[in-house]
Design a protein around this ligand. Structure first.
Ligand code: SPD
Length: 291
């Protein structure tokens, strides 16, 4: 059993390994699955409030109950800000939540996901069927099992939008926060293309905020962040990094028109949230601009 699971006489708990001074704990109704894959300690358990929870190396990646706040904002903000996206690269994203949301954009003709660990896809399909919701069976999606860092270095493909759905930079995803990686992303983006990346919870991960800003800045004219709130990414707002050479200033009205072409309804995203999410609290601005 992984050390993140703590069994007492009464109950088993999962204690998250990300912030040792403030560990988030879940009561575990049932351990559903655990495996040491080539890259991760993969653990799936059930919690009364959040349903099934996926943890990699002791860090929560998603829960059935709050994943929409992350996946909708990671996908629809760039895809609705872009005037005419046709192609998307998903970096990581093996649980399929990003792919599910991307596939709702019917005008996309090229969708590639590059995931390093096939087991994450296989186990997510099996134990979180509602997250990918059949996305991996969709013929519009092409999945490559390989290191995305290598892929962006070598590919001749070009994309309108890149979505980096990575783990935190402490482990195997470290390179995905580097200046070299962002430079390679710039190279594979088409003119006016947009890069977004999961960028951590700034209250607890200030270095992640500062570092990714500094590493993207040399490569893009417009570098910023926007916010979403995911209850199980503890510590307040989660930032999503944004980088492009174009401003992509879009009115709420235009966003609403574009949104009307997307199938199904949203649970978090609205055009008003889209606009407001780029407004950052002062402590984040200070951190980005080194005050
Ligand atoms: N601190 C945890 C950040 C996890 C980001 N990746 C989430 C994967 C969901 N598709």
């Amino acid at each position: 059993m992984f050390s993140y699971l703590i069994a007492t006489a009464l109950l088993t708990h999962f204690q998250e390994a990300l912030f040792p001074d403030w560990p988030q704990a879940f009561s575990v109704e049932k351990v559903v699955y655990q495996e040491k894959t080539d890259h991760w300690d993969l653990l799936i358990f059930e919690n009364q409030i959040f349903g099934r929870v996926l943890a990699l190396d002791g860090v929560v990646q998603l829960t059935e109950q709050d994943e929409y706040a992350y996946h909708e904002m990671m996908v629809h903000v760039p895809l609705l800000a872009h005037p005419n996206p046709k192609s998307v690269l998903i970096v990581g994203g093996g649980d399929g939540g990003i792919l599910r949301e991307v596939l709702r954009h019917k005008d996309l003709t090229r969708i590639i996901e590059v995931e390093i660990d096939a087991r994450i896809i296989e186990m997510s399909k099996k134990y979180f069927p509602s997250v990918s919701n059949g996305a991996y069976e969709n013929p519009r999606a092409k999945v490559l099992i390989q290191d995305a860092w290598q892929y962006v270095k070598e590919t001749d493909e070009r994309f309108d939008v890149i979505i980096v759905d990575s783990t935190d930079p402490e482990g195997p995803a470290k390179e995905l926060f580097s200046a070299a990686f962002y430079g390679d992303c710039k190279k594979v983006l088409k003119a006016g293309g947009i890069l977004v990346n999961q960028n951590g919870v700034p209250f607890l991960q200030k270095e992640e905020l500062k570092g990714s800003y500094q590493n993207r800045k040399p490569h893009f004219k417009e570098v910023s962040f926007y916010l979403t709130a995911v209850p199980t990414y503890t510590g307040g707002f989660l930032t999503i990094g944004w980088a492009s050479d174009k401003k992509h200033k879009v009115s709420e009205k235009t966003l609403a028109e574009r949104l009307s072409r997307i199938e199904g309804s949203m649970r978090y995203y609205t055009p008003a949230i889209h606009k407001a999410s780029f407004t950052l609290p002062q402590f984040m601005l200070d951190c980005i601009h080194h005050k």
